[in-house]
Design a protein around this ligand. Structure first.
Ligand code: SF4
Length: 296
C-alpha cells in the first residue's frame, strides 16, 4: 500500500453542487448501500479519511437532495455528466473487451459526440493470451468508434521469458503471479498518467464487487474511479448491447458468459449472454478476481 495519501484537494470538493444523485443498489441484490453524507456541505471532505483503515475503493460522498427523492440516473447520464465534469482531467477507460466494456465504450462515444468533447483514451491490457474472437472484436470497436483513442498496455515480460523463468503453465500453477505480471504491473505503470479511471464493474458480478461505489477514491492506484454501470444487471447490459447494436465478443453466443485469457476461460454449458456468472473464469478454483481491482 502506498504511503497515506489524501485525494487531491481539487478532487475532494467536486461534488458539492452539481453532482448527479447516487443511484441506489438494485432491489434484488443484497449489497451494501452507497455511502451518502446527508450533512455534506462545502467544507466537508468528500472522502472521510481514516488513517487506520484504507479500503481499496471508498465511496465519494455526494449531496443527497436528488438521491433522497429516489431519482436514478442512467449510466449514459452519469457518463455524460462525468466526461463533462472531468473534461480538463486526464481520463482513461480500461477494458478487456467484455460485454460491459463494449456497452460503456458505446455510451462514452455517444456522450462525447453529444457534448462535443475531446476523444477519450480507452486502454486494454493485452496479456498476450487473447482469444482470436477478442482480437476481432477489438478491431471492430476501433473501426466503429472514431472518437475513442484505443491504446494497449502490456508487460515487458514476453511469454517466452515467462515460460523460461516460471515454467510452462504459470497461469495454472500460480495464476495470481501470472495475473500480477501480465495485468497488474502494466496497469500500475500506466494508470499513473490519469486522474480519472472509468471501469465497467458491476455490483452483481462478484462478492468483491458488491459494494463498489459509482464514484469513489481508489486507494490502490490513488485516483478517482468511476463505475457508471455499478447498479446494472447483466441483463441490462445485454439489452443495451442488442438495442444499440454494439459489437460484442462472439464467444458470448457460445456459452462463454465472461471472456478473459484463453488459458483461464472456459465455456459454461447452459449459460447465455445475459447469464450473471463468472464461473468460466479460473474454473475449478476459488479465484474470481485478477487483481486489477481488488488485491489477490
Ligand atoms: S487470466 Fe490467466 S493467463 Fe491471463 S494473466 Fe491471469 S492467470 Fe495469466
Amino acid at each position: 500500500m502506498a504511503a497515506f495519501t489524501q485525494p487531491p484537494v481539487s478532487l475532494r470538493f467536486l461534488f458539492c453542487d452539481d453532482a448527479p444523485p447516487m443511484p441506489q443498489p438494485e432491489s434484488n441484490l443484497n449489497v451494501p448501500p452507497v455511502t451518502n453524507n446527508s450533512t455534506l456541505d462545502s467544507t466537508s471532505p468528500l472522502v472521510q479519511l481514516d488513517a487506520g483503515q484504507q479500503p481499496e475503493s471508498e465511496a465519494v460522498s455526494e449531496p443527497t437532495a436528488d438521491a433522497a427523492k429516489g431519482e436514478r440516473r442512467t449510466p449514459l447520464e452519469l457518463i455524460s455528466w462525468g466526461l463533462q465534469k472531468f473534461a480538463d482531467q486526464p481520463i482513461v477507460l480500461t477494458t478487456s473487451f467484455g460485454m460491459e466494456g463494449c456497452a460503456l465504450m458505446d455510451m462514452c462515444s455517444k456522450a462525447i459526440e453529444q457534448n462535443n468533447l475531446q476523444p477519450l483514451s480507452v486502454a486494454c491490457i493485452d496479456t498476450g493470451f487473447f482469444f482470436p474472437e477478442t482480437k476481432q472484436l477489438r478491431q471492430k470497436l476501433i473501426d466503429r468508434y472514431q472518437n475513442l483513442n484505443f491504446i494497449t498496455w502490456e508487460t515487458p515480460v514476453s511469454i517466452e521469458e515467462q515460460r523460461k523463468t516460471y515454467g510452462d503453465m504459470l497461469w495454472k500453477n500460480n495464476p495470481n503471479m501470472c495475473c500480477n505480471i501480465r495485468k497488474v504491473q502494466p496497469m500500475r505503470e500506466n494508470i499513473v498518467k490519469y486522474s480519472i479511471w472509468i471501469t465497467a464493474l458491476r455490483r452483481s458480478q462478484t462478492k468483491e464487487r458488491a459494494g463498489i461505489p459509482v464514484l469513489g477514491w481508489d486507494w490502490k492506484y490513488e485516483l478517482l474511479k468511476f463505475c457508471p454501470l455499478a447498479t446494472w444487471s447483466r441483463a441490462d447490459v445485454w439489452n443495451y448491447i442488442q438495442d444499440n447494436e454494439v459489437p460484442f465478443n462472439q464467444l458470448h453466443l457460445q456459452n462463454y458468459p465472461s471472456v478473459s485469457c484463453f488459458h483461464c476461460t472456459k465455456s459454461v454449458p447452459g449459460s447465455s449472454p445475459d447469464s450473471e456468472v463468472r464461473k468460466g473464469r479460473w474454473a475449478g478454483s476459488e479465484k474470481d478476481e485478477c487483481g486489477l481491482h481488488f488485491s489477490i
